[in-house]
Structure formats: structure tokens, C-alpha cells
Design a protein around this ligand. Sequence first.
Ligand SMILES: Nc1ncnc2c1ncn2[C@@H]1O[C@H](COP(=O)(O)OP(=O)(O)O)[C@@H](O)[C@H]1O
Ligand SMILES: CC(=O)N[C@@H](CCC(=O)OP(=O)(O)O)C(=O)O
Length: 311
Amino acid sequence: MHIRSRPSNLHVTAAATIDVGQTATGKVFSSFDRVSVLSEALPYLQRFAGKTVVIKYGGAAMKDPTLKEGVINDLVLLSAVGVRPVLVHGGGPEINIWLNKLGIEAQFKDGLRVTDGPTMDVVEMVLSGRVNKGLVTLIQQAGGRAVGVCGKDSGIIKARMMAERGIGFVGDITSIQSGLIKTLVESGYIPVVASVAADGDGQALNVNADIAAGEIAASLKAEKLILMTDVPGVLRDKDDVETKFVQLDIRQTRELVADGIIAGGMIPKVECCTRCLAQGVTATHIIDGRQQHSLLMEMLTDEGVGTMITG
Ligand SMILES: Nc1ncnc2c1ncn2[C@@H]1O[C@H](COP(=O)(O)OP(=O)(O)O)[C@@H](O)[C@H]1O
Ligand SMILES: CC(=O)N[C@@H](CCC(=O)OP(=O)(O)O)C(=O)O
């Protein structure tokens, strides 16, 4: 069950003001404040120690290098305190940049990339190469231990072409072999997974990274699936951040998709949340990867951030 009850009080006493420091945001905190915050995180640290959490980091939230470093630091912190994170990444905007450089037009249908042969080559090179190894490097620099793989490695993601949709080499996942990922997390590594898969003939297939993260979370029976994107959550009006849904159930998300309120890249996100909830993942969240420390706020506070989708 997902805990949303906070055992200790949120307020920090004003008594201790010695050794005052200033944060990047200009707020002044005493040493006492700092250790109090840490102490209040204890129930969450205990709750999630040893638990696997699948975090999908979308390309839309990776655009700012400083924010990206912040996300990676938070990920390494979670790993250092005993959480077992698995990072599944996207990279759609980076793929678009390289397609553009090569004079190939990027096209989407229902949030999925129309992937012809040349586009598939670029997708594989960008996701399994540039983006994957870039994230591995950042994790290593932040003091974590990362291993970058794609869905082809050890057959993690097997897929078949979504022939009926007419969108080319786009993969529908047929099976997940999570043995390698389990071995890596049990040995203290952070697996970094690119969503490029292969079919039975070895044909590379482009799998949407949200869907890959959801299936991997389900296969690992993860405690949580957290999708980090570039909006604060599911919005009623996607141009108005004040219209965020704090919580949705599966039925409500289906209605929002049918009404066209959830559209584009948000469709695979809510679909993978609902699918992995049905397969035993306890909680799924869509959060804003551009908001500083959103990952830690989701994991270590009562309020959380973003939209929680429940069964
Ligand atoms: N109801 C909605 N609420 C929030 N975002 C939505 C909604 N409908 C569509 N979107 C779009 O979904 C996008 C997120 O999907 P996507 O661009 O694929 O992100 P990522 O690269 O993180 O996977 C948002 O930037 C937004 O434009
Ligand atoms: C089939 C399909 O759409 N694949 C995605 C894979 C990358 C991805 O999902 O990246 P984001 O998470 O940044 O959107 C694509 O080619 O863009």
C-alpha cells in the first residue's frame, strides 16, 4: 500500500539558529533545520530501503543540463540510502535534433514515432549511444555506479512490430527478461536502460520509453513507477499548471483519454501506469522532472508532487 501518512510533524523549531547556511534558492537554514529534515525522512527511508523503484526519465525533462545533473544527484542519493533505482530513459527531443541534422522529418501518431528504416538507425544510435552513455557518465560523476544497457542486452525487452498501426519499426513488447537488471541492482549498480528492443529475427525496434518502463516495473514487481516529464502532472488544461490532477484512478484516466484531454505523449504514460498497476506495482506517479528535487519530494515526503495514478 502506498503510504501518505506522515508520522512526524513538518515544522522545525525555531530554537536552534546556530551555524546558519544558505541554500541555492537563497533560503537560510540552520544546521538544526538540516538534520531535522533528514530525520523526518527516516520513515520513508526505512519504507523504501531495499525496494526497487523504476524511474523513467523523459527526454523532454532532460533538455537543461543543470536540471539533468540535479535529477541524477537525487537518483544517486536514493541509491546511497538503500533504495534500488532502475533508470529507464527516453530521448525523443534528442532523436528529433539528430533526425533534423540528417534531413529526416520526425513524425508521430498517437504519441508514437513513425519509424522507417533510416529513422530506426538514428533512434538506436541516439538512445543506446549518446543519451544512455551520457546518463551513465553523469551517474558515475555523481558517485553512483551505473551500467548502461538497451532492451537488446540479455534479451531484456523482446518485441514485435506493431504491424497493424502502420508506423514502421515500432515495437510492441512481447516479453521482459529482468534477470540482468535484478543482478545489477542486487550488486549495487544502477541499471540505465534504453528502450531499443529486438524481435525474434534481431530486427531493432523502437519502443516507447514510458511503455518500456512500465513493463520493466511490472516484471520487477517494483514498489513504484515514477515517470519524469516536462509538465507538473496530468493537467485538465495542458497549458494551465493550476489544473493538475493530484490523483486519478484507472477509470478516470480512460475517460480523460477518450475526451481528448489526455493527448500526445501523455497517452503512453497513463496507459503504462494503468497496465503496471494491474500487474502488481503499488503506485505510479507522473512528476515534473524540471522541478528541482521532484524525485526526492515524491519519494520522501507525505505530500508528494505530480499526479498519482492508482488502481
Ligand atoms: N492532459 C495533459 N496533461 C499534461 N500534459 C499533456 C496532456 N496531454 C498532452 N500532454 C503533453 O504530453 C507531454 C509529455 O509527453 P512527452 O513530450 O512524450 O514527454 P517525455 O519526453 O517526458 O516522455 C507534455 O509536454 C504535454 O505537451
Ligand atoms: C515509439 C516511440 O515513440 N519511441 C520513442 C522512444 C524514445 C522516447 O520514448 O522518448 P521520450 O520519453 O523522451 O518521449 C521515440 O522514438 O521518441
